[in-house]
Design a protein around this ligand. Structure first.
Ligand SMILES: Cc1ncc(C[n+]2csc(CCOP(=O)(O)OP(=O)(O)O)c2C)c(N)n1
Ligand code: SF4
Length: 248
């Protein structure tokens, strides 16, 4: 009987690597989706990832495509240089919310405002993951962080930042969407959004950002399943899913 291949690991992930992300972390899921999209589009060898600093940057240990780790927050500036000097490459940044929306907000806004022709994959887990749970711009009101042990309060810390909606105030961005990987259906949607963003880039249509609302069970102090519940009950009402802008 001949064998039928029904699933194979994406070539974008090095064959000998086992993911070291915490149980329940969605970085690994998103990484797999990016790999599947690049493979389906035949772009693995043409892709360049500019990584932010944080757990998002751990991807460099696993991926089998060109990548560069940017100084903290500067992934969009680095991607600008790479894409402008290699316009035929598929260039994307992969950044957490501390990296993209805190120390890197200026670079993110400026690249989006210039309509740079690359894609940002933005992992919004509401907290600084790698450094142990400090408050991020996306931390929810009432959510505990090591720098807000009583929970974020608006008076002292301001409000959770909605990156897609902020960028939607700019003229240039082509595609802005917020998605999640909390259910199989949303995993598939996320894959399709990443593919759409990459397609737009290859058609030269300008800046796109795919925000993915994810969990950080370790720094949320929850097990994987409870973290999923928290994501659905608390994160998604604050960060509603859907297309914010699609210029087609
Ligand atoms: C200039 C600079 N400041 C601070 C740090 C310390 N630092 C490393 S990762 C990080 C936060 C990362 O959080 P996030 O972007 O949310 O990514 P995650 O770990 O959740 O994927 C910080 C503050 C650094 N590496 N460089
Ligand atoms: S600390 Fe959080 S973001 Fe980092 S690998 Fe663990 S669960 Fe993922």
């Amino acid at each position: 009987m001949s064998e039928q291949l029904i699933y194979k690991r994406t070539d974008y992930i090095q064959a000998d690597k086992v993911a070291g992300f915490c149980p329940g972390c969605m970085h690994g899921t998103v990484m797999k989706l990016i790999g599947e999209v690049l493979e389906e589009m035949n772009l693995v060898d043409k892709s360049v990832c500019t990584l932010g600093i944080g757990c998002c940057g751990l991807q460099m240990d696993y991926m089998a495509c060109d990548n560069i780790t940017s100084p903290h927050g500067r992934a969009c500036a680095v991607a600008t240089g790479i894409k402008r000097s290699n316009p035929e490459s598929l260039v994307y940044t992969y950044q957490g919310d501390g990296d993209l929306a805190s120390i890197g907000l200026a670079e993110t806004m400026s690249a989006a405002n210039r309509g740079e022709n690359f894609t940002t994959i933005f992992i919004n887990n509401g907290i600084y993951g790698m450094t142990g749970g400090q408050m991020a711009p996306t931390t929810l009101i009432g959510m505990k962080a090591t720098t807000a042990p009583a929970g974020r309060n608006a008076e002292e810390h301001g409000y959770p930042m909605h990156v897609c909606e902020l960028l939607d105030k700019l003229t240039a961005p082509h595609f802005l969407v917020r998605t999640s990987c909390n259910t199989p259906a949303n995993v598939m949607k996320t894959k399709n959004y990443i593919k759409k963003a990459f397609q737009y880039q290859m058609e030269g249509k300008g800046y796109s950002l795919v925000e993915i609302v994810t969990s950080c069970p370790t720094n949320w102090g929850l097990d994987s399943l409870k973290a999923l519940e928290y994501l659905e009950e608390k994160m998604l009402p604050e960060y509603p899913l859907g297309v914010v802008r699609d210029l087609g």
